[in-house]
Write a protein of this length. Structure first.
Lengths: 343, 447
């Protein structure tokens, strides 16, 4: 049975409050640091300033500057220090202010962190999490709005997580901190203020467990991060027309739990993949290939379609930016065309 | 048509070359690849090769001249062909205003964006047929793509025999045994959708017939219909569908036959094959067939062929199959010989040592399941034969005696199936009566 976020919530949620995505992440960090003194934070202005998006606000007051460490403005240093600390037995959580600047960390992440367990035959491990906000929609232009998840998905040895709501954000972050591998934890700027019911206790959402965010019969929409929310909004709109979307959220992009995706496409016979990153070489290509190669192939009644960012840098102009990445109305239109047999 | 020889470009930055020498002369026959001129750049000496077979002609630049790259320096001509006049330079990109009269006037140019023109060319779309939606009715790329998407395929596009269908439609066709080529598609450009295939299944199978559940994968052993199984399947289906069977059943008092068989077997030499009840029935059938030639016949197409020889086949069960070796001339051979033949054929059939002649020429068939405890059954005709006798077991049954008292007698039930196209019920009944008489009074068949 595909796990739904709602079902998990019912099972575990004894003391539930509405928290924002930011608050849920902060609670996960606080609880992890309280539970395990090996867990500590590093990043640019994560201390007194509380991080570029306020995720670590106040934590320095509770845990002090030893465990909430401001770093120089060097993403290579953040990633490298995380790896080094992890190798010596710590469980660091690093923060990159904007995902765009993780490009400066690539050597540490791709050549070192991803490979260390392999190259030491399993005798060394790198249990750290690198958090970073990606995505457009804030008018931050080409160098502060990227969605680079596919870069990491392509690297063996890295896990890639993209929570789409506050509940998953907390549970996935705690699971990522528990994990003995480097985990690239990609948040979305436009999700920070979204709210969900979040249990107070220290629950985990296991990595590599795809969720069905909404059940439906006419079309499977596989979306990531913010676009799960946009797909759910689109599903509400289309439900009024009698079109039922099933919205599937991989949550962990790698390693992918493809079973629920395949099952869903077998049920609906149609698949639409939605993500914000540019379409060419994007994660949607991987999903489409997996579906086409799976037993769901024999159930496809239309081409697998992708709705994704344009192959251009994110523009500064708000109108251009808006039209560069998929919006709710784009999902509605594309889903309707697929269901109505336009392709 | 004259083939231009241009000054080749050997390097990225090279703009001109100097002809050092012509290696061939005007009028020389050259083959493609032949060196025809030696040229030099500021870096390298190279040979210019003939771009085609033909005659070198129209040399326009002489040794010592420096020539820009891509400029025509000569032509390869066909026999008797003149080189084109200098102003027509095929190697140069024709520029519209440089030769206004040379090219036929282009068709009234539809106003289209450059990318729309490129897509149209690639897709073989006539822009005149595309409605433009851009500023001032300009045709955009999207207009061309929409046109392509909505274009009805010419029959030639379907000429490859491939059916456009979604994977889901193909799965339905595979599982439910329908031919997608016969299904009308309602999807884009006539593609067959799953719903189309399901509708075709619905039409093919009236709703009163339950559709078979898909075979669960991995649990069922599949035995393909091939070899003997295929032969049996084809022949029995053909017979059952084409031959209208009449079945006629009689009980036979086997008192005398049982006694006769015991008497005969008691007198056979040690080691000689015993006379089976099947052999006795074969012999009796052969006798009756001689009396009723219409039963000793083949029905093929629109004719009944009365066969000159009485060749009685005996159905022999095998592992996974069935075979009918034939006792030839059973009417002319003695009971002992027929008995030996039946025993020999059955044994060799089970050992798969039958020879082709053993299976040929049957005119009637006896199928005996008595030894398996079957009381009576009906058999399917073995085409092109017109009769088959299904033999049940012999058991003691109470029958009325002379004063109506119950008397236990060995009784055997036989069922004759005849092809009604050749044999009517009454005739079949007469034949069956004769056959039964022969079994009940076995002495008659050795007369």
């Amino acid at each position: 049975m595909p796990e739904t976020a709602a079902a998990t919530q019912v099972q575990t949620g004894t003391t539930t409050r509405e928290l924002t995505y930011t608050e849920a992440l902060r609670e996960a960090l606080r609880q992890a640091m309280e539970a395990d003194e090996r867990v500590f934070l590093m990043g640019e202005d994560v201390g007194t300033y509380g991080g570029a998006f306020g995720v670590s606000a106040g934590l320095i007051d509770q845990f002090g500057p030893e465990r909430v460490r401001d770093t120089p403005i060097s993403e290579a240093a953040i990633a490298g220090a995380c790896l080094g600390a992890a190798l010596t037995g710590m469980r660091p959580v690093g923060e990159i202010q904007f995902m765009d600047f993780v490009t400066l960390s690539m050597e540490q992440l791709v050549l070192q962190a991803a490979k260390v367990r392999f190259m030491f035959g399993g005798k060394a491990q790198a249990p750290f999490v690198l958090r970073m906000p990606g995505g457009a929609g804030t008018g931050a232009a080409a160098q502060h709005s990227e969605s680079l998840e596919s870069w990491f998905v392509h690297v063996p040895g890295l896990k890639v997580v993209m929570p789409s709501n506050a509940y998953d954000a907390k549970g996935l972050l705690l699971a990522a901190i528990d994990d003995d591998n480097p985990v690239i934890f990609i948040e979305h700027k436009l999700l920070y203020k979204t709210k969900a019911h979040v249990p107070e206790e220290m629950y985990r959402v296991p990595l590599s467990r795809t969720a069905v965010a909404r059940e439906g019969s006419d079309l499977t929409v596989i979306a990531t991060s913010l676009h799960v929310q946009r797909a759910l909004e689109a599903a509400d709109t289309l439900a009024e027309e009698g079109i039922e979307l099933e919205v599937v959220d991989p949550r962990t992009l790698k390693p992918l739990d493809e079973g629920p995706i395949v099952e869903s496409v077998k049920k609906t016979g149609k698949a639409l993949i939605v993500h914000e990153a540019p379409i060419t070489g994007g994660y949607g290509a991987e999903l489409a290939a997996r579906i086409a190669a799976s037993e769901a192939f024999d159930y496809l009644d239309a081409p697998i379609r992708r709705l994704a960012g344009l192959d251009i840098p994110i523009p500064y102009n708000r109108m251009l930016e808006y039209n560069t990445v998929p919006q709710v109305e784009n999902i509605v239109e594309e889903a309707r065309k697929l269901v109505e047999g336009a392709y | 048509m004259a083939k231009a020889i241009i000054m080749p470009k050997f390097g990225f930055t090279q703009e001109e070359s100097t002809i050092v020498a012509w290696l061939k002369n005007e009028g020389d026959v050259v083959e493609k690849g032949d060196p025809i001129a030696e040229v030099t750049t500021d870096k390298i000496d190279m040979e210019v090769e003939a771009p085609a077979d033909g005659i070198l002609g129209g040399i326009r630049r002489q040794a010592g001249e420096t020539v820009p790259v891509t400029e025509v320096i000569a032509y390869i001509l066909a026999e008797g062909e003149e080189p084109p006049p200098p102003e027509e330079t095929p190697a140069e990109t024709p520029v519209a205003d440089s030769s206004p009269s040379a090219a036929p006037a282009p068709p009234a140019a539809a106003d289209a964006t450059p990318v729309a023109r490129r897509v149209a060319e690639a897709e073989g779309v006539d822009l005149a047929a595309v409605a433009g939606s851009g500023p001032g009715g300009k045709i955009t790329r999207q207009d061309v793509e929409s046109h392509v998407a909505g274009r009805v395929l010419a029959p030639s596009d379907e000429g490859n025999g491939r059916v456009r269908a979604t994977p889901a439609a193909r799965r339905v066709a595979r599982e439910r045994g329908i031919d997608l080529a016969a299904v009308e598609g309602t999807g884009p450009r006539g593609r067959v959708q799953e719903a189309d295939a399901l509708a075709a299944v619905e039409r093919a199978a009236p709703s009163v017939v339950p559709t078979p559940a898909p075979v669960p994968a991995g649990e069922v052993e599949v035995i393909p219909l091939e070899g003997m199984r295929k032969t049996i399947a084809d022949r029995m289906q053909q017979s059952y569908q084409q031959a209208p069977h009449i079945t006629l059943t009689r009980d036979i008092d086997m008192t005398n036959a049982v006694a006769f068989r015991r008497y005969a077997n008691d007198r056979l030499p040690e080691g000689a094959p015993r006379i089976s009840m099947t052999a006795l029935i074969v012999k009796a059938a052969a006798w009756a067939l001689r009396e009723y030639p219409i039963m000793n016949a083949h029905l093929i197409d629109d004719a009944i062929y009365l066969m000159p020889n009485v060749n009685v086949g005996v159905a022999v069960a095998l592992d996974g199959g069935l075979i009918v070796p034939v006792v030839h001339d059973a009417d002319r051979r003695g009971l002992r010989e027929v008995g030996a033949a039946v025993a020999d054929l059955a044994a060799r059939a089970r050992e798969a040592r039958l020879r082709p002649g053993d299976l040929d020429g049957g005119t009637f068939t006896v199928s005996n399941l008595g030894m398996l405890g079957i009381d009576h059954f009906t058999a399917i005709l073995n085409p092109p034969e017109v009769g088959i006798l299904a033999v049940g077991r012999t058991t003691d049954r109470f029958v009325p005696g002379e004063r109506g008292e119950p008397v236990a007698k060995p009784i055997m039930t036989v069922t004759l199936a005849v092809d009604h196209r050749a044999v009517d019920g009454a005739l079949g009944a007469h034949f069956l009566a004769a056959l039964c008489d022969a079994i009940e009074e076995p002495a008659s068949i050795i007369l």
